[in-house]
Write a protein that binds this ligand. Structure first.
Ligand SMILES: [Fe+2]
Ligand SMILES: [Fe+2]
Length: 192
């Protein structure tokens, strides 16, 4: 069962900065739009978009502790850059706060930072929505927005993921092994 959007949005106000809150609302609406275009459950997509950054404002060391307590994998990159754990940790926290939340919504939240080899359509939608919501201004985002509905959802996800990887390299940011594993899984079979 999907929890009430407005009540959950109210709860989110005490968890995120005003800019983080606005971003979450934009991701929710973008995810709902994408779900409509690609024939995925719109209410699940909107809710997953709303709560995807549920744990984004938790300090890094606390994220590491929560991840370890939950038995999530934590490696050296996570300890150096704990920020990316806010996806997997949020899925654990949300599962305890909303026991009836469907598994695919939790998986979409968990997968929005690293992706995953078995990411499903809802997960792709939240990942893409997080990247192309109207507040994003990075180079290439207009092109991705223009491809919505023009190419398949997996193709759009791959192009969005590739653009994210490119930005990580350009900013000389550490790339998490799970991010590389997701990319490799997407292009497996292309024999490169
Ligand atoms: Fe996030
Ligand atoms: Fe986000």
């Amino acid at each position: 069962m999907i929890p009430d959007y407005d009540i959950t949005a109210q709860a989110l106000r005490s968890r995120l900065s005003p800019s983080g809150l606005d971003h979450s609302f934009r991701v929710a609406e973008t995810a709902a739009m994408l779900a409509g275009v690609y024939d995925v459950d719109v209410s699940k997509a909107r809710f997953a978009g709303l709560v995807h950054d549920w744990c984004k404002d938790i300090p890094g060391q606390e994220l590491v502790r929560l991840a370890e307590d939950a038995g999530l994998p934590v490696d050296d990159v996570d300890r150096a850059v704990p920020y990316l754990l806010h996806g997997p940790v949020a899925s654990v926290v949300l599962a305890s706060e909303f026991p009836d939340l469907p598994h695919d919504v939790l998986a979409a939240v968990a997968d929005h930072t690293y992706g995953s080899a078995d990411i499903d359509e809802l997960g792709m939608i939240v990942y893409i929505a997080d990247t192309i919501e109207p507040g994003r201004t990075h180079s290439g985002v207009e092109q991705l927005r223009g491809e919505v509905g023009e190419i398949s959802l997996p193709q759009l996800f791959e192009r969005t993921y590739a653009a994210s990887l490119q930005h990580l390299v350009e900013r000389r940011t550490r790339i998490h092994p799970a991010t590389i594993a997701t990319w490799n899984s997407r292009i497996a079979g292309e024999c490169r």
